[in-house]
Ligand binder design. Structure first.
Ligand SMILES: C[S@@+](CC[C@H](N)C(=O)[O-])C[C@H]1O[C@@H](n2cnc3c(N)ncnc32)[C@H](O)[C@@H]1O
Length: 243
């Protein structure tokens, strides 16, 4: 992935300015991402960790319908590699036209990828999905609870929800609370809202398969490590289903 100095500067400048004002959520996303859309992937490669691991863990079956909510430039779907040919479709859903333009360019040659402008809180695929995943998008959704409920609602029973995103320490000692406050304020500047309730709600809506917590380096900030998690959960089968 190519990093240009001009692109890097535009991204850092936009991040330094913080989340812009706008008439609604979609407008704010567009104002935030439009100036950095072309350099988005190169910078986020060094910031958003665990994405290829999440895609590997999803292991969709043949003919699967897969939905990514908040898919941005569609970069994550690259990690399916040659497995793409076995799926019915991968739907890349996002609210931000500037990032979707990048996704459309990237996937113009691949008929199995559908790029869709829609809100994650309302979008429904044409049939129940086998896999739904969110990669660093939940923390950018003011209505994250409806988005999670919608993600599970669009899954077929037994289907799998996967989420990778920034995490917060779960302990309640003073050190943990200080770390939480630090990261909350740090990310809120750019419209990213970390919340320990995210994982609790996922666990209440699905049967937990995996919860991995880790931390990783940040670009330009040697010594600082940001916590992130990977969650995988199964939508329960109806109570009267024989297994
Ligand atoms: C940090 S980016 C992550 C993009 C991509 N998933 C990745 O891993 O690179 C967060 C994405 O969530 C999208 N987003 C935020 N709120 C949304 C909503 N309500 N519906 C759909 N997409 C949304 C943003 O437009 C942005 O593309």
């Amino acid at each position: 992935m190519k990093t240009s100095i001009a692109g890097e500067f535009k991204t850092l400048w936009r991040l330094a300015l913080g989340a812009p004002a706008g008439k609604n959520h979609a407008d704010r996303l567009e104002r935030f991402y439009r100036p950095q859309a072309e350099s988005y992937d190169a910078f986020r490669e060094r910031l958003l960790h665990g994405r290829s691991e999440l895609i590997d863990l999803l292991s969709p079956p043949d003919n699967a319908l897969i939905v990514e909510l908040g898919a941005g430039t569609g970069n994550n779907a690259r990690h399916f590699g040659s497995r793409l040919a076995q799926f019915e479709a991968v739907e890349l859903v996002d609210l931000c036209p500037a990032l979707l333009e990048q996704a459309r360019k990237r996937w113009a040659h691949e008929s199995r990828i559908r790029v869709i402008e829609a809100d994650a809180t309302h979008y429904r695929p044409p049939r129940p999905a086998d896999r739904v995943y969110l990669s660093y998008s939940l923390t950018m959704m003011p209505e994250w609870r409806p988005a999670l409920e919608n993600a599970v609602a669009m899954l077929k029973p037994g289907g799998i929800l996967g989420v990778v995103d920034f995490d917060l320490p779960r302990g309640n000692c003073l050190a943990d609370r200080c770390v939480c406050e630090f990261w909350r304020h740090w990310f809120a500047h750019d419209g990213v809202y970390l919340d320990r309730d995210h994982v609790d709600v996922m666990q209440s809506l699905t049967e937990t398969i995996t919860l991995r917590e880790s931390s990783a380096a940040l670009p330009y900030l040697p010594g600082l490590r940001v916590p992130y998690y990977i969650y995988m959960g199964r939508k329960p089968l109806p109570a009267n289903t024989l297994q």
